[in-house]
Write a protein that binds this ligand. Structure first.
Ligand SMILES: Nc1ncnc2c1ncn2[C@@H]1O[C@H](COP(=O)(O)OP(=O)(O)OP(=O)(O)O)[C@@H](O)[C@H]1O
Ligand SMILES: [Mg+2]
Length: 466
C-alpha cells in the first residue's frame, strides 16, 4: 500500500473490495489522500479474511465480483452486527442491485464511473453515522453496566440499596428472607446471593415448597430411608444433603405445613435433622435462603405461621418493590428483554414507539418483571417493522395508552441525535413519576433516583408544569 500522506493515528479504516485492479489502485489512492487507512481486497475471500483479522469502520465493495456477489459480503458484514457501514459500487444501469443493497442495509451506493466528490461525501456521511452508532452502543453498554448487578438490571434507587445489602450479606452464612410480589425477581436475587458467596462453587439447590404435598416435601428436603412410608422403595438423600456446603433456596415458604415448620426451625437453630424413618441425626452445613410473596407477619398473626420460625428466618429481609413502583426500571428492562429476544429471533428491532413506552410505564404489571418479559417476547415475535408498535402489545395493555406524542423513540440504527431521541421517553417517565406521587416533586425525584433540583431543571427543559 502506498500513501503519499500517512494517515493519522485515528484515521478511519476502510476496506476496499474490487476485482478490478484499476479501481483498487485509483480509488484506494484517492481515499488515502483523503486521510483514510485503506486495505485493498481483490476478492470476497480476501475481504472476509481481512474483516476477521481486523476492525474496520467502512467497507466499500463492488457488487459484481467474480465467484460471488458483493451483496453476499454485505450480508456477511450485517450478520456480524458490528458498527461497520457498507457502501456498494454498482455498474452503470444495474440499479436493481443498488436497491437490493439498500434493502440489505447498505449505507449508500455509488455508480461507475465513480466521481471523486460523490465518494468524498458518501464516505464522510457513512463514517459520521458509523461513529454515532458506535457511540450509541458504547453509551448503552455503559448504562447497562452501571445498572446491572450480575444479570439483575435496575435503575431504581431502592434496588441500588438492595444490591448493597446483597453485597454485605452474601459472604456470610446469614439466613435471608426475600419477599415481594410474584415475578419481582426473588429467585434471581437468591441466585445472586449464592453466586457472590464463597459457596459459589458448591451446589445451589432450589425447592418450590408450594409444588409438593406435605409428606413428599418433607422427604424431598430431608430424605428418607427405605420403608419410611408406602412408596419409599429405597433410601433417598434429600435436598439438604444435596446442598451440603452450598445454599438451599426454599421458595414459597408460607405454604410449609406446621410439622415441616418445626423441622425447619430445628435445622435453622441447631443445623441438624433426621431423614424420614431414620434416628440418625445429620449435620447440615447449608446456607438457607427463603422467599415468599405472602405477608408472613400477617400469617403469624393469623396463626398459620410459627412466630419463632418467623423470627429465625427474618434475620435479613430483602423486600423487592413491585415493578409499578419502579417506573424507571420499565424502559430499562423492556430494552434489555427486547435485545435478548431480537438476538434469539434474529430480528433487527431497534426500539419502541413513544405510545408503546407510554403504555408500558402506565400499566400496573400485576405479574411484574415476568409479565413484562413475556409481553416483550410476544411483541418481538409479532413486530414486523423496526419498532415495536401498539398493535404488537397484548390488548390488556392498550387501555393504558395515552394520546400519541409527537416523536417516536428512534430505532438504534436511525441517524438521529441521541439527546433529542431520549427527550420524549424522559418526559414520559417524569410525568408518570409525578402522577404516581400525586405531583409531589420530592417523592417523584426520589422514585426517579435523581435529586429535586435536577428534577426541576429537567421539568423546565422539557416543558412540564406540575
Ligand atoms: N431486575 C431484573 N433484571 C433482569 N431480569 C429480571 C429482573 N427481575 C426479574 N427478572 C426476570 O423476570 C423473571 C421473573 O423473575 P423471578 O423468577 O426471579 O421472580 P420471582 O419473584 O421469583 O417470581 P415468583 O414469585 O413467581 O417465584 C425471570 O425471568 C427473571 O430473570
Ligand atoms: Mg421465584
Amino acid at each position: 500500500m502506498t500513501t503519499s500522506q500517512p494517515p493519522a493515528m485515528s484515521a478511519a479504516r476502510v476496506l476496499l473490495v474490487d476485482d478490478d485492479p484499476y479501481i483498487l489502485e485509483s480509488l484506494g489512492s484517492f481515499l488515502e489522500l483523503e486521510g483514510y487507512d485503506v486495505t485493498r481486497a481483490a476478492s470476497i475471500e480476501r475481504a472476509v479474511d481481512s474483516l476477521a483479522a481486523g476492525r474496520y469502520d467502512l467497507v466499500i465493495t463492488d457488487v459484481s465480483l467474480p465467484a460471488s456477489s458483493g451483496l453476499d459480503l454485505l450480508r456477511h458484514v450485517r450478520g456480524r452486527q458490528e458498527d461497520v457501514e457498507v457502501i456498494v459500487i454498482t455498474g452503470y444501469g444495474t440499479i436493481e442491485s443498488a436497491v437490493e443493497a439498500m434493502k440489505l442495509g447498505a449505507f449508500d451506493y455509488l455508480t461507475k464511473p465513480i466521481i471523486d466528490d460523490d465518494v468524498r461525501l458518501s464516505v464522510e456521511r457513512a463514517l459520521q453515522r458509523q461513529q454515532l452508532l458506535a457511540e450509541n452502543r458504547r453509551l448503552k453498554q455503559a448504562l447497562s453496566d452501571r445498572y446491572s448487578f450480575d444479570n439483575i438490571l435496575s435503575a431504581d434507587h431502592r434496588m441500588a440499596k438492595i444490591f448493597e445489602v446483597i453485597d454485605a450479606v452474601a459472604p456470610t452464612r446469614t439466613t435471608v428472607l426475600i419477599t415481594g410480589e410474584s415475578g419481582t425477581g426473588k429467585s434471581l436475587i437468591a441466585r445472586a446471593i449464592h453466586a457472590r458467596s464463597d459457596r459459589r462453587d458448591r451446589p445451589f439447590v432450589e425447592v418450590s415448597c408450594g409444588a409438593l404435598p406435605d409428606t413428599l416435601l418433607e422427604s424431598e428436603l430431608f430424605g428418607h430411608l427405605r420403608g419410611a412410608f408406602t412408596h419409599a422403595v429405597s433410601d433417598k438423600p434429600g435436598k439438604f444433603a444435596a446442598a451440603e456446603g452450598g445454599s438451599i433456596f426454599l421458595d414459597e415458604i408460607a405454604t410449609a405445613s406446621p410439622q415441616l415448620q418445626v423441622k425447619l426451625l430445628r435445622v435453622l437453630q441447631e443445623r441438624q435433622y433426621e431423614p424420614l424413618g431414620s434416628t440418625q441425626t445429620q449435620q447440615a452445613n447449608v446456607r438457607v435462603l427463603l422467599a415468599t410473596n405472602h405477608d408472613l407477619g400477617q400469617d403469624v398473626r393469623d396463626g398459620s405461621f410459627r412466630e419463632d420460625l418467623y423470627y429465625r428466618i427474618n434475620v435479613v429481609n430483602i423486600h423487592l418493590p413491585p415493578l409499578r413502583q419502579r417506573i424507571s426500571d420499565i424502559p430499562l428492562l423492556a430494552d434489555h428483554f427486547l435485545r435478548k429476544f431480537q438476538a434469539a429471533l434474529g430480528k433487527r428491532v431497534g426500539g419502541f414507539s413513544a405510545q408503546v413506552l407510554e403504555c408500558l410505564v402506565h400499566y400496573p404489571w400485576p405479574g411484574n418483571v415476568r409479565e413484562l418479559e413475556n409481553c416483550i417476547e410476544r411483541a418481538a415475535v409479532l413486530c414486523r417493522g423496526e419498532i415495536i408498535e401498539l398493535e404488537d402489545l397484548p390488548p390488556a395493555l392498550l387501555d393504558h395508552s395515552a394520546p400519541p406524542p409527537a416523536t417516536t423513540l428512534a430505532p438504534a440504527h436511525a441517524a438521529v441525535h441521541l439527546k433529542s431521541a431520549l427527550a420524549e421517553p424522559e418526559r414520559q417517565l417524569i410525568l408518570a413519576a409525578l402522577r404516581a406521587n400525586d405531583n409531589c416533586r420530592q417523592a417523584a425525584a426520589r422514585q426517579l433516583g435523581i435529586n429535586r433540583a435536577t428534577l426541576y431543571k429537567k421539568m423546565k427543559k422539557l416543558g412540564i408544569q406540575a
